[in-house]
Design a protein around this ligand. Structure first.
Ligand SMILES: [Zn+2]
Ligand SMILES: [Zn+2]
Length: 72
Protein backbone atom coordinates (compact mmCIF):
# COMPACT_ATOMS: atom_id res chain seq x y z
CA UNK A 1 0.00 0.00 0.00
CA UNK A 2 1.41 3.35 -0.92
CA UNK A 3 0.53 6.19 1.29
CA UNK A 4 2.34 9.29 2.17
CA UNK A 5 2.57 10.27 5.81
CA UNK A 6 4.47 12.88 7.71
CA UNK A 7 6.85 11.73 10.44
CA UNK A 8 4.40 12.54 13.19
CA UNK A 9 1.53 10.55 11.73
CA UNK A 10 3.80 7.75 10.59
CA UNK A 11 4.29 6.99 14.26
CA UNK A 12 0.88 8.00 15.55
CA UNK A 13 -1.07 5.89 13.03
CA UNK A 14 1.41 3.11 12.42
CA UNK A 15 -1.08 0.40 13.40
CA UNK A 16 -3.98 1.83 11.47
CA UNK A 17 -5.75 -0.19 8.89
CA UNK A 18 -8.76 0.33 6.66
CA UNK A 19 -11.92 -0.98 8.28
CA UNK A 20 -14.86 1.14 7.31
CA UNK A 21 -17.05 0.19 4.35
CA UNK A 22 -18.27 3.77 4.13
CA UNK A 23 -16.33 6.50 2.45
CA UNK A 24 -15.75 10.10 3.34
CA UNK A 25 -15.27 12.97 0.96
CA UNK A 26 -11.76 14.10 0.11
CA UNK A 27 -11.14 17.72 1.12
CA UNK A 28 -9.14 18.30 -2.01
CA UNK A 29 -10.73 16.59 -5.02
CA UNK A 30 -14.18 16.27 -3.39
CA UNK A 31 -14.50 12.66 -4.44
CA UNK A 32 -16.02 10.26 -1.99
CA UNK A 33 -13.21 7.77 -1.74
CA UNK A 34 -11.54 8.30 1.59
CA UNK A 35 -11.52 5.04 3.53
CA UNK A 36 -12.32 4.86 7.22
CA UNK A 37 -9.49 3.65 9.42
CA UNK A 38 -9.42 1.91 12.72
CA UNK A 39 -9.21 4.18 15.71
CA UNK A 40 -6.44 3.36 18.18
CA UNK A 41 -7.88 5.79 20.71
CA UNK A 42 -11.35 4.39 20.49
CA UNK A 43 -13.39 4.22 23.68
CA UNK A 44 -16.76 2.48 23.80
CA UNK A 45 -19.61 4.90 23.40
CA UNK A 46 -23.34 4.74 22.61
CA UNK A 47 -22.89 6.12 19.11
CA UNK A 48 -21.00 3.17 17.72
CA UNK A 49 -17.53 2.95 16.37
CA UNK A 50 -15.73 6.16 15.59
CA UNK A 51 -13.74 5.68 12.44
CA UNK A 52 -10.84 7.86 11.62
CA UNK A 53 -10.98 9.48 8.22
CA UNK A 54 -7.94 11.07 6.62
CA UNK A 55 -8.44 14.59 5.31
CA UNK A 56 -7.58 13.72 1.73
CA UNK A 57 -7.62 10.60 -0.42
CA UNK A 58 -4.59 8.47 -1.30
CA UNK A 59 -4.44 9.85 -4.81
CA UNK A 60 -4.28 13.48 -3.68
CA UNK A 61 -1.89 12.57 -0.93
CA UNK A 62 0.54 11.04 -3.42
CA UNK A 63 0.13 13.70 -6.06
CA UNK A 64 0.60 16.58 -3.67
CA UNK A 65 3.06 14.74 -1.44
CA UNK A 66 1.04 15.76 1.53
CA UNK A 67 0.32 13.67 4.57
CA UNK A 68 -3.31 12.66 4.30
CA UNK A 69 -3.74 12.88 8.09
CA UNK A 70 -2.61 16.48 8.38
CA UNK A 71 -5.20 19.21 8.32
CA UNK A 72 -5.24 21.16 5.10
ZN1 LIG B 1 -8.65 13.45 -3.33
ZN1 LIG C 1 0.55 14.25 9.11
Amino acid sequence: MCDYRCDKHKIEYKDNYVVSPCRARCRKCKNKRVDGYSNPDHISNPFGYLYLFPYICNKCSNELELCKWCKI
